[in-house]
Design a protein around this ligand. Structure first.
Ligand code: GUN
Ligand code: FE
Length: 445
């Protein structure tokens, strides 16, 4: 099952998907194809047929557009705090610990394995300010076979960042980010660029103008992805308006940081003008519905963004979000869109309470978590089509530990997919492939 387009679920029943040595989908044969039987037989005789049972279904690998790798040890902690307090009291002290590579070695493999076991075949990561630990994260993803976009975090504003955790100055930060780009591109075994570097100003409040301008130049020089937090909360959005007299989007654009390769996390407070600017740049948005519920004071205007043809995918925002599962992100994206549509304060009349037409449905959320996220990254993944890389998740419906009894009552494919989105657990995620390579397997874990 896959959704190359947002408006329809496509089911490839009893279909043969042929994968070449580089992990590309080389052929897709329906049972009606003239060479179906012959291809099936040959594959079987050569011992290269992987046959699914009638209790399994396959979906494209999930794409998580926003993960803070170093925050894994604080998953689900202190989310009662406002964003600034959470950063100061929990997040910065934790992230500072990654100057110790041994600590990074304890955390990063566990995170990447867990994401793979949850079906996340592509992740876009913020690392920390440390070059060594950032490279270790990249090497870990490469080693474990996860497709990854990884950024050394740049943050140099002494007024906003603690002394114990910041770049010394803009110049040092730019140099470190440039070295990190080279280190990731040159990693042993990264010839196919399974892991890619990302220029990562944490967010405008933590960076000086000099740093932001320098990183903009770096992105042009190295034709590199960019990621940052954009207009996330009242505090953050207003802080940038006060400091620069313009929105995050406008400022990022002026610093050369808004390009086709930019992923803006959150973007809850973007105006229609901001949306047009993002649309023209070709940049994309990582919608992080779970984390927004804690830190954002708002719900991302997803429907408005989609109507303006913005490219959008979903992110867990670990650990601003407390779940490693992109299926949870799908659930939450739908739930918050419903609250946005109806409004929530019952003292206000129903006709004035909400934002009409804001809801999305589960299939749309599933599209965003797969093909939508892949599109934001211009990654040839996210659906089963010839020429794309085979990144896939095999779901076992009938697992004794979680038998998904509901699926037996599903009246059609859409109901079945909804059942998976809501009830599948890691034990139901039987196998995960990235670029044709099996990188996670529940039974052998
Ligand atoms: N803004 C700046 N840093 C962060 C972070 O680590 N998480 C979230 N959610 N927002 C941020
Ligand atoms: Fe974040």
């Amino acid at each position: 099952m896959h959704m190359p387009r947002m408006d329809s679920l496509d089911v490839l029943e009893d279909t043969l998907i042929g994968i070449d040595r580089d992990g590309n989908i080389a052929s897709i044969l329906s049972p009606q194809a003239s060479d179906y039987r012959q291809t099936l037989q040959t594959a079987e005789q050569n011992g290269i047929l992987h046959q699914m049972t009638s209790r399994q279904l396959m979906i494209p690998g999930l794409v998580d557009l926003h993960v803070h790798a170093p925050q894994w040890p604080q998953l689900g902690m202190a989310l009662h705090l406002p964003l600034q307090d959470w950063l100061e009291r929990y997040t910065f002290p934790l992230e500072a610990r990654y100057h110790d590579l041994e600590f990074a070695r304890q955390v990063y493999p566990s995170l990447v394995r867990t994401l793979l076991a949850n079906g996340t075949t592509t992740a876009m990561y913020f690392a920390t300010i440390h070059e060594d630990a950032t490279e270790l994260l990249a090497a870990t993803c490469l080693d474990l076979g996860q497709r990854a976009y990884i950024g050394r975090v740049a943050m140099d504003d002494a007024g906003q960042c603690p002394d114990y955790y910041r770049d010394i100055d803009a110049h040092a930060a730019i140099s470190a980010s440039e070295r990190s780009i080279h280190a990731i591109r040159r990693l042993n075994g990264n010839n196919a660029a399974l892991v890619k570097p990302v220029i990562t100003p944490r967010f405008i409040p933590s960076c000086t103008n000099e740093l932001l301008a320098g990183l903009g130049e770096l992105s042009a020089k190295h034709d590199c992805h960019v990621q940052t937090h954009c207009s996330e909360s009242d505090w953050e959005h207003d802080f940038v308006l006060q400091r620069l007299g313009k929105s995050d989007t406008q400022a990022l654009s002026d610093f050369g940081l808004l390009t086709r390769h930019t992923v803006l996390a959150h973007s809850n407070f973007i105006s229609d003008t901001d949306m047009s600017m993002i649309r023209e740049s070709g940049g994309g948005i990582a919608h992080c519905p779970l984390s927004n519920s804690y830190f954002a004071n708002s719900v991302f205007p997803l429907r408005r963004a989609l109507q303006k043809s913005l490219r959008v995918g979903l992110g867990t925002d670990i650990a601003g979000g407390h779940s490693a599962s992109m299926l949870h992100s799908c659930q939450q994206a739908v739930a918050v869109s419903r609250l946005l549509e109806t409004g929530v304060d019952t003292r206000i009349g129903a006709d004035q309470r909400g934002s009409s037409g804001a809801r999305i449905n589960f299939l749309e959320a599933f599209h965003l978590a797969t093909a939508g996220g892949a599109d934001v990254l211009d990654s040839p993944t996210g659906s089963f089509e010839i020429g794309r890389q085979f990144d896939a998740v095999l779901v076992e419906l009938d697992k004794p530990a979680n038998p998904l009894d509901e699926f037996r009552h599903a009246a059609n494919w859409e109901d079945l997919l909804c059942c998976v989105i809501h009830h599948a657990q890691p034990c139901n995620i039987d196998s995960v492939w990235v670029a044709g390579r099996c990188v996670s397997s529940f039974s052998t874990d």
